[in-house]
Write a protein that binds this ligand. Structure first.
Ligand code: FES
Length: 169
């Protein structure tokens, strides 16, 4: 068995140990374990997966296989605010790409990435969210906004930035 990763802090190791204790007998509990790791860290750090996999003697590859299959799991840190832009056909026809580019620029998301360097915002594109009648659709922190346009997006961005994206400091 490999040693615990030296990058993990003691407090993190305690949390991971607790996960291992809870799932010691559950060899098939890969999904709940991944969910617990993501709940704690906000994403799934590689070190954590390796630690838990080795402790439970489950192949690391099994965790990675499951985690990459389900879109709910994320391997990189996510922003405090999650903006989901629909780029399904109905939304695309109604101009979603332009809105996505406005969002990317205004939220400070670097080209080719999905999260701002300050970890305040994550912008993700998804296919149809099932609300085509109000396309184009943007979901901001789980709130659905339909019939969006450039002005509405700009207003929502101002609200997001003013809503204490830095914990109100
Ligand atoms: S394509 Fe965007 S909600 Fe259906």
């Amino acid at each position: 068995m490999q040693k615990a990763c030296k990058h993990l802090k003691d407090a993190d190791l305690e949390k991971l140990e607790a996960i291992c204790v809870r799932h010691r007998k559950g060899k098939g509990a890969v999904i709940p374990i991944l969910q617990e790791i993501q709940d704690i860290f906000g994403y799934i750090p590689e070190d954590c997966v390796n630690f838990v996999a080795d402790r439970l003697e489950i192949a690391r590859s099994h965790f990675y296989g499951v985690a990459t299959f389900y879109s709910q799991f994320h391997f990189t840190p996510r922003g405090k605010n999650i903006v989901t832009a629909c780029s399904g056909t109905a939304c695309h026809v109604k101009g979603s790409e332009k809105l996505i580019s406005i969002l990317g620029r205004e939220l400070g998301i670097p080209e080719g990435q999905d999260t701002s360097p300050d970890l305040n915002f994550t912008l993700e594109k998804v296919n149809c969210v099932g609300a085509c009648s109000i396309a184009p659709v943007i979901i901001i922190n789980n709130v659905v906004h339909g019939k969006m346009n450039g002005n509405k997006v700009a207003k929502e961005v101002i609200k997001l930035k003013g809503a204490g994206s830095d914990d109100g400091k």
